[in-house]
Design a protein around this ligand. Structure first.
Ligand SMILES: Cc1cc2nc3c(=O)[nH]c(=O)nc-3n(C[C@H](O)[C@H](O)[C@H](O)COP(=O)(O)OP(=O)(O)OC[C@H]3O[C@@H](n4cnc5c(N)ncnc54)[C@H](O)[C@@H]3O)c2cc1C
Length: 296
Protein backbone atom coordinates (compact mmCIF):
# COMPACT_ATOMS: atom_id res chain seq x y z
CA UNK A 1 0.00 0.00 0.00
CA UNK A 2 1.33 3.43 -0.93
CA UNK A 3 1.92 5.89 1.88
CA UNK A 4 2.72 9.60 1.66
CA UNK A 5 6.19 10.91 2.48
CA UNK A 6 6.76 12.43 5.92
CA UNK A 7 4.87 15.71 6.28
CA UNK A 8 4.36 18.30 9.03
CA UNK A 9 0.75 19.00 9.96
CA UNK A 10 -0.79 22.27 11.13
CA UNK A 11 -4.47 22.65 11.88
CA UNK A 12 -5.86 26.12 11.17
CA UNK A 13 -8.45 27.47 13.59
CA UNK A 14 -9.58 30.46 11.49
CA UNK A 15 -9.07 31.89 8.01
CA UNK A 16 -6.68 34.42 9.51
CA UNK A 17 -4.74 31.63 11.19
CA UNK A 18 -4.62 29.62 7.94
CA UNK A 19 -3.22 32.61 6.04
CA UNK A 20 -0.62 33.17 8.76
CA UNK A 21 0.41 29.50 8.59
CA UNK A 22 0.65 29.61 4.79
CA UNK A 23 2.80 32.74 5.03
CA UNK A 24 5.00 31.17 7.71
CA UNK A 25 5.64 27.88 5.88
CA UNK A 26 5.87 29.37 2.39
CA UNK A 27 5.90 27.51 -0.94
CA UNK A 28 6.42 24.04 0.57
CA UNK A 29 3.13 24.28 2.47
CA UNK A 30 -0.12 23.06 0.95
CA UNK A 31 -3.73 23.56 1.92
CA UNK A 32 -5.60 20.44 3.01
CA UNK A 33 -9.40 20.55 2.85
CA UNK A 34 -11.24 17.21 2.58
CA UNK A 35 -8.07 15.46 1.42
CA UNK A 36 -9.85 13.33 -1.17
CA UNK A 37 -7.65 14.52 -4.01
CA UNK A 38 -4.57 15.71 -2.16
CA UNK A 39 -3.92 12.62 -0.03
CA UNK A 40 -4.12 10.19 -2.99
CA UNK A 41 -1.71 12.45 -4.90
CA UNK A 42 0.65 12.48 -1.91
CA UNK A 43 0.47 8.69 -1.72
CA UNK A 44 1.49 8.51 -5.38
CA UNK A 45 4.26 11.08 -4.62
CA UNK A 46 2.85 13.33 -7.32
CA UNK A 47 2.99 16.13 -4.76
CA UNK A 48 5.21 16.25 -1.69
CA UNK A 49 4.43 19.21 0.53
CA UNK A 50 6.57 19.71 3.62
CA UNK A 51 3.65 21.06 5.65
CA UNK A 52 -0.07 20.52 5.38
CA UNK A 53 -2.21 23.44 6.52
CA UNK A 54 -5.52 21.81 7.38
CA UNK A 55 -8.46 24.15 6.76
CA UNK A 56 -10.99 21.31 6.70
CA UNK A 57 -12.46 22.21 10.09
CA UNK A 58 -13.06 25.89 9.45
CA UNK A 59 -16.81 26.14 9.98
CA UNK A 60 -16.66 29.84 9.07
CA UNK A 61 -16.17 28.71 5.43
CA UNK A 62 -18.93 26.12 5.58
CA UNK A 63 -22.23 27.72 4.61
CA UNK A 64 -24.79 28.20 1.89
CA UNK A 65 -26.75 31.40 1.98
CA UNK A 66 -28.74 33.64 -0.33
CA UNK A 67 -27.80 37.32 -0.04
CA UNK A 68 -29.94 39.54 -2.26
CA UNK A 69 -29.84 37.81 -5.63
CA UNK A 70 -26.65 35.81 -5.05
CA UNK A 71 -26.17 32.29 -3.75
CA UNK A 72 -23.00 32.28 -1.65
CA UNK A 73 -21.27 28.98 -0.99
CA UNK A 74 -18.44 28.78 1.52
CA UNK A 75 -15.43 26.99 0.04
CA UNK A 76 -15.37 24.41 2.82
CA UNK A 77 -18.97 23.34 2.15
CA UNK A 78 -18.99 19.59 1.64
CA UNK A 79 -20.41 18.04 -1.52
CA UNK A 80 -23.11 16.37 0.61
CA UNK A 81 -24.13 19.72 2.09
CA UNK A 82 -24.49 21.31 -1.34
CA UNK A 83 -26.56 18.33 -2.43
CA UNK A 84 -28.82 18.65 0.63
CA UNK A 85 -29.29 22.43 0.40
CA UNK A 86 -32.81 23.33 -0.82
CA UNK A 87 -31.79 26.87 -1.83
CA UNK A 88 -29.16 25.42 -4.18
CA UNK A 89 -31.59 22.95 -5.73
CA UNK A 90 -34.36 25.52 -6.07
CA UNK A 91 -32.29 28.16 -7.86
CA UNK A 92 -29.69 25.94 -9.52
CA UNK A 93 -30.88 22.38 -10.17
CA UNK A 94 -27.66 21.91 -12.18
CA UNK A 95 -25.76 21.82 -8.86
CA UNK A 96 -27.93 19.03 -7.49
CA UNK A 97 -27.79 17.15 -10.80
CA UNK A 98 -23.99 17.33 -10.66
CA UNK A 99 -23.61 16.52 -6.98
CA UNK A 100 -25.81 13.43 -7.29
CA UNK A 101 -23.25 11.91 -9.66
CA UNK A 102 -20.00 13.06 -8.03
CA UNK A 103 -18.20 10.08 -6.50
CA UNK A 104 -20.01 8.21 -3.73
CA UNK A 105 -21.62 9.23 -0.42
CA UNK A 106 -18.36 8.78 1.54
CA UNK A 107 -16.34 11.06 -0.76
CA UNK A 108 -19.23 13.54 -0.77
CA UNK A 109 -19.21 13.66 3.04
CA UNK A 110 -15.57 14.82 3.11
CA UNK A 111 -14.79 16.38 -0.26
CA UNK A 112 -15.37 20.12 -0.37
CA UNK A 113 -16.67 22.40 -3.09
CA UNK A 114 -13.55 24.58 -2.84
CA UNK A 115 -11.24 21.57 -2.88
CA UNK A 116 -12.89 20.30 -6.04
CA UNK A 117 -12.41 23.63 -7.79
CA UNK A 118 -8.83 24.12 -6.58
CA UNK A 119 -7.83 20.60 -7.55
CA UNK A 120 -8.63 21.73 -11.11
CA UNK A 121 -8.78 18.22 -12.49
CA UNK A 122 -9.96 18.58 -16.13
CA UNK A 123 -12.74 16.08 -15.29
CA UNK A 124 -14.05 17.93 -12.22
CA UNK A 125 -17.84 18.11 -12.45
CA UNK A 126 -18.33 21.26 -10.37
CA UNK A 127 -15.89 23.24 -12.50
CA UNK A 128 -18.18 22.65 -15.50
CA UNK A 129 -21.33 23.40 -13.49
CA UNK A 130 -19.98 26.70 -12.15
CA UNK A 131 -18.66 27.64 -15.61
CA UNK A 132 -22.18 27.15 -17.01
CA UNK A 133 -23.57 29.35 -14.23
CA UNK A 134 -20.93 32.05 -14.74
CA UNK A 135 -20.12 31.97 -11.05
CA UNK A 136 -17.54 34.13 -9.30
CA UNK A 137 -14.73 32.79 -7.12
CA UNK A 138 -13.69 34.79 -4.07
CA UNK A 139 -10.04 34.40 -3.12
CA UNK A 140 -8.61 35.61 0.17
CA UNK A 141 -4.95 36.35 0.80
CA UNK A 142 -2.75 38.48 3.00
CA UNK A 143 -3.78 41.61 1.08
CA UNK A 144 -7.53 41.01 1.29
CA UNK A 145 -10.04 39.43 -1.10
CA UNK A 146 -10.41 39.46 -4.86
CA UNK A 147 -13.16 38.15 -7.11
CA UNK A 148 -12.38 36.09 -10.21
CA UNK A 149 -14.92 34.92 -12.81
CA UNK A 150 -15.22 31.10 -12.91
CA UNK A 151 -13.99 31.13 -16.51
CA UNK A 152 -10.74 32.80 -15.50
CA UNK A 153 -10.19 30.68 -12.38
CA UNK A 154 -8.57 27.65 -14.03
CA UNK A 155 -5.37 28.37 -15.91
CA UNK A 156 -4.72 24.79 -17.06
CA UNK A 157 -4.94 21.19 -15.86
CA UNK A 158 -4.43 21.20 -12.07
CA UNK A 159 -3.74 24.94 -12.10
CA UNK A 160 -5.73 27.90 -10.85
CA UNK A 161 -5.19 31.58 -10.18
CA UNK A 162 -5.10 30.91 -6.42
CA UNK A 163 -1.55 31.94 -5.52
CA UNK A 164 0.66 30.45 -2.86
CA UNK A 165 -0.46 31.94 0.46
CA UNK A 166 -4.05 32.43 -0.69
CA UNK A 167 -7.29 30.52 -0.10
CA UNK A 168 -10.41 30.12 -2.18
CA UNK A 169 -13.02 31.23 0.35
CA UNK A 170 -16.38 31.57 -1.43
CA UNK A 171 -18.24 30.83 -4.63
CA UNK A 172 -20.95 33.27 -5.67
CA UNK A 173 -23.66 32.41 -8.16
CA UNK A 174 -26.02 35.10 -9.50
CA UNK A 175 -29.68 34.09 -9.19
CA UNK A 176 -31.66 34.80 -12.35
CA UNK A 177 -35.44 34.53 -11.91
CA UNK A 178 -37.05 32.29 -14.52
CA UNK A 179 -33.79 30.59 -15.49
CA UNK A 180 -33.37 26.82 -15.84
CA UNK A 181 -30.29 24.63 -15.59
CA UNK A 182 -29.27 20.99 -15.81
CA UNK A 183 -26.24 18.66 -15.80
CA UNK A 184 -25.67 15.47 -17.76
CA UNK A 185 -22.80 13.05 -17.28
CA UNK A 186 -21.64 9.72 -18.64
CA UNK A 187 -19.26 7.70 -16.47
CA UNK A 188 -17.99 4.17 -16.80
CA UNK A 189 -19.78 3.14 -13.62
CA UNK A 190 -21.76 4.68 -10.77
CA UNK A 191 -19.64 7.09 -8.70
CA UNK A 192 -16.88 7.37 -11.26
CA UNK A 193 -15.37 10.43 -12.86
CA UNK A 194 -16.99 11.52 -16.12
CA UNK A 195 -15.97 10.19 -19.50
CA UNK A 196 -17.79 13.32 -20.62
CA UNK A 197 -20.19 15.74 -18.99
CA UNK A 198 -22.08 18.91 -19.86
CA UNK A 199 -24.00 21.51 -17.91
CA UNK A 200 -26.37 24.16 -19.24
CA UNK A 201 -28.07 27.26 -17.87
CA UNK A 202 -30.76 29.00 -19.90
CA UNK A 203 -32.89 32.13 -19.61
CA UNK A 204 -35.82 32.53 -21.97
CA UNK A 205 -37.65 35.56 -23.27
CA UNK A 206 -40.92 33.98 -24.36
CA UNK A 207 -39.59 31.05 -26.32
CA UNK A 208 -36.43 32.80 -27.46
CA UNK A 209 -33.14 32.11 -25.73
CA UNK A 210 -32.04 35.32 -24.02
CA UNK A 211 -28.99 33.95 -22.16
CA UNK A 212 -27.11 30.66 -22.26
CA UNK A 213 -24.26 29.13 -20.29
CA UNK A 214 -22.63 25.83 -21.25
CA UNK A 215 -20.02 24.04 -19.13
CA UNK A 216 -18.10 20.93 -20.18
CA UNK A 217 -15.98 18.49 -18.16
CA UNK A 218 -13.49 15.84 -19.31
CA UNK A 219 -13.66 16.72 -23.00
CA UNK A 220 -10.84 19.26 -23.22
CA UNK A 221 -12.93 22.43 -23.25
CA UNK A 222 -10.90 25.52 -22.46
CA UNK A 223 -11.95 26.95 -19.07
CA UNK A 224 -14.64 24.20 -18.89
CA UNK A 225 -16.85 26.35 -21.13
CA UNK A 226 -18.27 26.41 -24.66
CA UNK A 227 -18.63 30.13 -25.50
CA UNK A 228 -19.03 29.58 -29.27
CA UNK A 229 -21.96 27.24 -28.68
CA UNK A 230 -23.49 29.70 -26.21
CA UNK A 231 -23.31 32.50 -28.76
CA UNK A 232 -25.07 30.35 -31.35
CA UNK A 233 -28.07 30.07 -29.02
CA UNK A 234 -28.67 33.73 -28.21
CA UNK A 235 -31.77 34.99 -30.00
CA UNK A 236 -32.70 31.54 -31.31
CA UNK A 237 -36.02 29.78 -30.78
CA UNK A 238 -35.56 27.27 -27.95
CA UNK A 239 -36.18 24.28 -30.22
CA UNK A 240 -34.34 21.11 -31.20
CA UNK A 241 -32.63 22.69 -34.19
CA UNK A 242 -30.85 25.37 -32.14
CA UNK A 243 -29.93 22.90 -29.42
CA UNK A 244 -28.50 20.40 -31.91
CA UNK A 245 -26.43 23.13 -33.56
CA UNK A 246 -25.07 24.22 -30.18
CA UNK A 247 -24.13 20.63 -29.37
CA UNK A 248 -22.31 20.31 -32.66
CA UNK A 249 -20.39 23.57 -32.09
CA UNK A 250 -19.48 22.55 -28.53
CA UNK A 251 -18.05 19.28 -29.87
CA UNK A 252 -16.12 21.02 -32.65
CA UNK A 253 -14.36 23.25 -30.12
CA UNK A 254 -13.67 20.50 -27.58
CA UNK A 255 -10.15 18.98 -27.52
CA UNK A 256 -10.65 15.56 -25.89
CA UNK A 257 -7.79 13.14 -25.49
CA UNK A 258 -7.84 9.36 -25.57
CA UNK A 259 -7.19 7.87 -22.14
CA UNK A 260 -8.28 4.98 -19.93
CA UNK A 261 -11.81 6.42 -19.77
CA UNK A 262 -12.38 6.37 -23.50
CA UNK A 263 -11.27 7.32 -27.02
CA UNK A 264 -11.20 10.96 -28.09
CA UNK A 265 -13.86 10.56 -30.80
CA UNK A 266 -16.30 9.00 -28.31
CA UNK A 267 -15.69 11.91 -25.91
CA UNK A 268 -16.32 14.37 -28.74
CA UNK A 269 -19.60 12.59 -29.43
CA UNK A 270 -20.46 12.90 -25.74
CA UNK A 271 -19.64 16.62 -25.79
CA UNK A 272 -22.30 17.08 -28.46
CA UNK A 273 -24.92 14.67 -27.14
CA UNK A 274 -24.65 15.69 -23.48
CA UNK A 275 -24.72 19.39 -24.35
CA UNK A 276 -27.99 18.82 -26.21
CA UNK A 277 -29.47 16.78 -23.35
CA UNK A 278 -28.44 19.34 -20.73
CA UNK A 279 -29.81 22.20 -22.85
CA UNK A 280 -33.08 20.34 -23.39
CA UNK A 281 -33.63 19.88 -19.67
CA UNK A 282 -32.47 23.42 -18.87
CA UNK A 283 -35.00 24.81 -21.38
CA UNK A 284 -37.80 22.67 -19.90
CA UNK A 285 -36.91 23.90 -16.41
CA UNK A 286 -36.75 27.53 -17.60
CA UNK A 287 -40.22 27.14 -19.12
CA UNK A 288 -41.54 25.64 -15.86
CA UNK A 289 -39.91 28.43 -13.83
CA UNK A 290 -41.46 31.03 -16.15
CA UNK A 291 -44.91 29.41 -15.76
CA UNK A 292 -44.73 29.33 -11.98
CA UNK A 293 -43.53 32.97 -11.90
CA UNK A 294 -46.54 34.00 -14.04
CA UNK A 295 -48.95 32.02 -11.86
CA UNK A 296 -47.47 33.81 -8.85
C1 LIG B 1 -13.10 7.80 -5.28
C2 LIG B 1 -13.25 9.23 -5.75
C3 LIG B 1 -14.16 9.50 -6.76
C4 LIG B 1 -14.32 10.80 -7.19
N1 LIG B 1 -15.23 11.06 -8.18
C5 LIG B 1 -15.41 12.32 -8.60
C6 LIG B 1 -16.35 12.61 -9.64
O1 LIG B 1 -17.05 11.76 -10.14
N2 LIG B 1 -16.44 13.89 -10.05
C7 LIG B 1 -15.71 14.90 -9.50
O2 LIG B 1 -15.85 16.06 -9.90
N3 LIG B 1 -14.84 14.67 -8.51
C8 LIG B 1 -14.66 13.39 -8.05
N4 LIG B 1 -13.78 13.15 -7.06
C9 LIG B 1 -12.99 14.25 -6.55
C10 LIG B 1 -13.60 14.86 -5.36
O3 LIG B 1 -14.79 15.52 -5.65
C11 LIG B 1 -12.54 15.86 -4.96
O4 LIG B 1 -11.37 15.14 -4.77
C12 LIG B 1 -12.73 16.46 -3.72
O5 LIG B 1 -13.95 17.05 -3.58
C13 LIG B 1 -11.64 17.51 -3.54
O6 LIG B 1 -11.99 18.22 -2.45
P1 LIG B 1 -11.17 18.05 -1.11
O7 LIG B 1 -11.88 18.93 -0.15
O8 LIG B 1 -11.03 16.64 -0.77
O9 LIG B 1 -9.79 18.72 -1.55
P2 LIG B 1 -8.32 18.33 -1.12
O10 LIG B 1 -7.98 16.97 -1.60
O11 LIG B 1 -8.11 18.60 0.33
O12 LIG B 1 -7.53 19.45 -1.94
C14 LIG B 1 -7.44 19.40 -3.33
C15 LIG B 1 -6.53 20.52 -3.82
O13 LIG B 1 -7.11 21.79 -3.62
C16 LIG B 1 -6.34 22.60 -2.71
N5 LIG B 1 -7.33 23.29 -1.88
C17 LIG B 1 -8.37 22.70 -1.24
N6 LIG B 1 -9.15 23.62 -0.69
C18 LIG B 1 -8.61 24.82 -0.97
C19 LIG B 1 -8.98 26.16 -0.69
N7 LIG B 1 -10.11 26.48 -0.02
N8 LIG B 1 -8.20 27.16 -1.14
C20 LIG B 1 -7.06 26.88 -1.84
N9 LIG B 1 -6.67 25.63 -2.16
C21 LIG B 1 -7.43 24.61 -1.72
C22 LIG B 1 -5.42 21.64 -2.01
O14 LIG B 1 -4.22 22.27 -1.61
C23 LIG B 1 -5.18 20.59 -3.08
O15 LIG B 1 -4.22 21.04 -3.98
C24 LIG B 1 -13.58 11.86 -6.61
C25 LIG B 1 -12.67 11.58 -5.58
C26 LIG B 1 -12.50 10.28 -5.15
C27 LIG B 1 -11.53 10.02 -4.05
Amino acid sequence: MQVPAYVEYERATSVEHALALLARFGPRAQVLAGGHSLIPMMKLRLVQPETLVDVGHLTELRYLTVTGSVLRIGALTRHAELLAAPEAGRHFPILHDAERVIADPIVRQWGTVGGSLCQADPSEDLSAAFAALNATMVITGPDGTRAVPARQFHTGPYETVVAQGELLTEIQVPITPGAGSAYEKVGRRVGDWPVGAAGAAIRLDGDVIAAAGIGLAAVGAEHFAAPEAERSLIGAQAGEQALARAGQIAAEHARPVTDQRGPADYKRHLASELTVRALRRAVARARAAGRSAREG
